[in-house]
Design a protein. Sequence first.
Length: 278
Amino acid sequence: MSTSSSHDPALSAYLKDRRMKLDPADFGLVGTRRRTPGLRREEVAQRASISVTWYTWLEQGRGGAPSAEVLNRIAQALVLTDVEREHLFLLAFGRRAESGVPAPEGISPRLRRVLDAMERSPAYVKTLTWDLVAWNRAASAVFGYDALEPDQRNILRRIFCDPAVRRKQDDWNSVARFVVAAFRADAARAGAAENVKTLVSEMCERSPEFEALWREHDVRGYGEGTKRLHLPRVGPLDLEYSAFVVDGRPDLTMVIFNPITPTDSDVVRSLMDAMPAS
């Protein structure tokens, strides 16, 4: 067991949430009446080979964090994905504010040249709190970043608080759910940084939809996938994206969007041609 006496209540909340979202039928547990959804605490404890008392303490925020070995067994018992397991460990052993990731100081000239070299592929660099710190001309043409004031350059605020951005999403509900789950993973990487807490509080106050999704405790990596936008006077634009943590700067992630078809590439090119000369 960890010798630390401190315990983040987020760990206990996450354990309880994951336990209650498991289907007992998936584990052959049928034919018994249950007052609450999910597995019982004693069932998770048995699967993890730990005492029911110890697991109950963890969900109640008592006794400090478990050892890494115990946490691994709990992750297996809860059938966590790799991203969810990483999130669990970050909640239990995450960085404190004084040893967290560094504050962003912009990007290096070399990284700037990488962005600019992708002439028809929108790309940007974001922080762990999803503030935009750099982008290329294609990203500005597609997403309108050049027109944003500094306090508007946050992806969460744009998705949840800007009606124009919301209308452009092909399936806003799915986008919103993905954004919150991926942001939660980044927030855990940032540790207990005050700017994370401040941003979450702000978003919960400004958006009931964000608050509801935040309470679900879902977590996932940004990874890669596809995105469809509906742009005024242009129509649909299909992009595939990939995200990469910047080597040597774990606080920064580069996200690159590539047009899927030649028609999509033509749309990006027409949007860029319509921009004022830089």
